[in-house]
Design a protein around this ligand. Sequence first.
Ligand code: F6R
Length: 594
Amino acid sequence: MCGIIGYIGDRQAQSRLLKGLARLEYRGYDSCGIAVVTGGVEVYKDTVRVEALGKASPRFKGTMGIGHTRWATHGAPSQVNAHPHLDCTGNIAVVHNGVINNYQELRNQLTSEGHNFTSETDTEVIPHLIEKYYDGNLMGALQAALSDIEGSYAIIVLMTDEPKLVVAKKDSPLIIGLGDRENYIASDVPAILDYTDRVIYLEDGDIGVVTRNDIRIERDGIEVDREEHKVLWTVEEAQKAGYEHFFLKEIHEQPKVIRNTLGDYTRDAELVVDLAGIRDTGIESMLMIACGTSFHAALVGKYIMEELLKIPVRVEIASEFNYYSHTLVKNIALAIIQSGETADTLKAMKRLREAGCQVIAITNVVGSTASRIASQTIYTRAGPEISVAATKTFMAQLMVLYWLVMSYSKADARRLTSLLMELRQLPSKVQQVLDNETEIIEYAKYLSKYEDVFFIGRGINYPIALEGALKLKEISYIHAEGYAAGELKHGPFALLGSNTPVIAIVARDNTYEAMLTNIKEIKARGSPLIALAEEGNEAIEELADSIITVPRVDTIFSPVVNIVALQLLAYYTAKERGCPIDFPRNLAKSVTVE
Ligand code: F6R
């Protein structure tokens, strides 16, 4: 989704804006632009990558500016629709992330008052409203403009002759990075990590003035204090470190991510949230809400919880949960949301909170909106995830779920002790899968020639079939579907044949025999079959056309090793097809619109 950067200080703004925009690329965008105050306001924007924008744009000399990466919502990706947007005088420039619901009405009104619009965007009403209300006080003009606006926004405004950036936030993320005689504003932390690790997270309803040396934040006209946080992520973590793509780097970081995430919780028992104070009373049921990959983590969580906690668990896609009527749970829910900013999940969290439910967020981003809505927050320790498609944050979510469930489990002590021992060995098991990369590359070359692929799994590996298919489709553009293995015969069998390979995730649990039967049925219909199975499985070696082996683990941990193999398979397939792996078309890292 859109990314925002602002700079005010002693140094040349342009290079800092471009660097910030490059660090925001991972959010997904189709055009970008900058505005720098040089005397007047100079704007350069286009439907190009940030690097190309930097090369093509004139050198603007000025120490205050704003920049934007746009992910089109209102109006096609085009130079004219790219941000920043200006008012009629060309003295006021605005970048905006969010959606203005009543923009058409405002635009009609402003047009009738003589304002000329050049773009199709909702954003353009903002500079015109500010122009209309400006009477020497930029913050006051923005405040007046916001009272006309219905919708969501993170906004930075600059104006010639006013040595300040004015900011406002509602339902879209915005942070301020604190420097030495300079300050930054951004959509999120990676944009400013090169320059500072001190940040303030703005809250909904905040409006503020940022100058070189000072920050003033107000809410309803009254000055408010916003706590300063130290960011634990490093700039190195947000770089490729010699890997060709972030996606591959992030897959390879997973042993460390497991250690870091578990380390935090296993070191200090106090850090395990006492879920809404119910350790004594126990949990009777659980609701989990999430989207996309996080939804798949929640589905794995359901299996773990039902097995080890023996409670009924309901898992809901947040965007569905928000729109149908049902009995809202009143006790406890988990929201899994790596970015902390997904609009659908945030909306579901708010609904649940309003209904009196305790909502525990599992997120990777400190200070994110989710952490402020939640009753309690559990942080995953994945570090910054730059690739649009999630890998290591999924792994970290699984680790939190395992640890949480095990710390509440009623399973017998021997089983728990053995699970705990296996949990600690997971980094080395994942490393073994990574060491098998060369073998997976061969399968990827083979898979890259097909246009349709099915992934099947059963039980705790059914969500892994869904996630494996999602990874393949989003980065390689191959049509891939994840299915519960037993469901193929209820319809999808019609699509099987020599052009439709099937990847079968085989677990050594009570689903094993049924999966062998499914594999035979698929083979009988002529589909090439790749099995993903633990080493030393002779029955599968005989049945499948090929086999990707993973190390042996307790079935409850099989999603961990299986997903790493499928992530690598997706990566090398996409690479073989020459896809832009880190930034797939039309996708955004942080989905801040419904
Ligand atoms: C897919 C992917 C997305 C996200 C989804 C939810 O690789 O990354 O499906 O999982 O947009 O994101 P969060 O967890 O931030 O709510």
